[in-house]
Design a protein around this ligand. Structure first.
Ligand SMILES: C[S@@+](CC[C@H](N)C(=O)[O-])C[C@H]1O[C@@H](n2cnc3c(N)ncnc32)[C@H](O)[C@@H]1O
Length: 241
């Protein structure tokens, strides 16, 4: 038996060995348009946040004490930029792994003159663990995460009991975790994980889903889903403990 087969994952990780994790995304190296590449080059220093820099201090990053909203997986960023534009007294932090999406988001934000938005191009799981202080966020948004339809791929879904518990830790007490999906089975799993997690209160009057809030603009994926006749399920849970 080789040395490797004797090790537990924990031992290997402690020794700094690379362990392949199940991730919620497959890195697509899509080509950057010229506008996206230029936006990344010109504005990364003002809008970009680097995972390697560790814990952030939102007050010094944004130079104010406004509430902070974190959005995970913003895609091309159109709805995130719209939200930031509609709420200039709120700070927004977006996290996305798809570089063209990050470039598109920065380009649009610059076009719109947005000053209350910063973005990571990194895995949100690692950003949450390493960069976001506990009890610092007023809202976490997760809109139309990849549903990983096939049962054998469900382990790739970003929402799990551990994930929703890590979100609760990052929210201030009274802060809200808002999810939306157009995949009914994923909505049911989200609801089950939220119900199994301590310290949250469902904001739904029917104890399941909430009507789509006006504050959430139509996202690109939602629009596509609507054209295919998909339903949409919004979940909002408040941190109470
Ligand atoms: C189905 S798309 C939805 C995009 C957007 N929210 C919308 O509604 O148009 C899901 C997005 O989440 C991103 N994503 C998946 N896992 C992620 C992770 N762990 N960290 C950051 N982004 C992630 C993907 O790259 C993709 O852009």
């Amino acid at each position: 038996m080789t040395e490797r087969t004797h090790k537990t994952i924990e031992q290997a990780e402690q020794e700094g060995k690379y362990i392949r994790k199940v991730r919620s995304f497959v890195k697509r190296e899509g080509r950057l348009t010229n506008a996206q590449a230029r936006a990344l080059e010109d504005y990364w220093t003002t809008m970009g946040l680097n995972h390697a820099d560790g814990m952030i201090n939102a007050t010094s990053l944004f130079n104010n004490i406004n509430p902070v909203v974190l959005e995970i997986g913003f895609g091309m960023g159109k709805s995130l930029v719209e939200m930031a534009k509609n709420a200039p007294n709120v700070n927004f932090i977006g996290v996305e792994v798809h570089k063209p999406g990050v470039g598109a988001c920065i380009a649009l934000a610059q076009e719109e003159g947005i000053a209350n938005l910063k973005v990571y191009e990194h895995d949100a799981i690692e950003v949450l663990a390493d960069c976001i202080p506990d009890e610092s966020l007023t809202t976490v948004q997760l809109f139309f995460p990849d549903p990983w339809h096939k049962k054998k791929h469900h382990k790739r879904r970003i929402v799990s009991l551990a994930f929703v518990e890590s979100i609760r830790q990052k929210l201030k007490v009274g802060g809200v975790f808002h999810m939306a999906t157009d995949w009914e089975n994923y909505a049911e799993c989200m609801l089950e994980d939220m119900n199994n997690s301590q310290g949250y209160q469902n904001l739904s009057e029917t104890n399941d889903y909430v009507p789509r809030p006006d504050s959430r603009p139509l996202t690109k994926f939602e629009n596509r889903g609507q054209k295919l006749g998909h339903g949409v399920w919004d979940l909002q849970f408040k941190r109470i403990d």
